[in-house]
Design a protein around this ligand. Structure first.
Ligand SMILES: [Zn+2]
Ligand SMILES: [Zn+2]
Length: 162
């Protein structure tokens, strides 16, 4: 077997892909243009190109290198065009909808009245945001406590340290 004669080199790790050997390509057409055609010695190497490639959806396609240096690429036994071996969506993981509710949870007038009554001081509107953040954090824990109790109502005793 002409295993010693490399056909091409893996686009990721540069290891030789021998004539007649199984190799992997990317299903995405931009990775298969004549000049840039990527080939990989295994699926892990195929995965290496994904972060930069920005494919919406991609999978590795199993192919077999030609038996002779000038031969054409033969389809694997499963038929022309190679086999879909691995289906993997490479769309960047849609981040869980982060509660970007930068919403102010504090009633400004009440808070300001309270501070004025206590101290005679004014209160900057900018304290409302960090205070709201604290409330959100506490309520997250309270919600978790209610959930653990199998309740769908948050009670006063769910508030940590209350
Ligand atoms: Zn490789
Ligand atoms: Zn690709």
């Amino acid at each position: 077997m002409p295993e010693a004669t490399p056909w091409r080199r893996c686009s990721a790790c540069k290891k030789p892909i021998a004539l007649g050997a199984v190799y992997w390509t990317c299903n995405v057409s931009t990775c298969n243009q004549k000049r840039t055609a990527l080939c990989f010695c295994n699926v892990s190497c195929w995965e290496v190109h994904l972060p930069g490639a920005n494919h919406r959806e991609a999978w590795a396609v199993e192919k077999r290198a030609p038996k002779t240096p000038d031969g054409g690429v033969e389809p694997t036994s499963a038929g022309a065009g190679g086999v879909r071996r691995l289906v993997r969506s490479t769309a960047p993981p849609t981040p869980a909808p982060v509660p970007t509710t930068e919403e102010v949870l504090i009633v400004a007038s009440r808070l300001k009245d309270y501070v004025r009554t206590r101290s005679g001081y004014n209160t900057s509107d900018r304290v409302l945001e960090p205070l709201s953040e604290i409330v959100r954090r506490i309520m997250e824990q309270a919600i978790e406590n209610a959930r653990r109790d199998g309740r769908m109502t948050v009670l006063d005793r769910d508030i940590p340290n209350y």
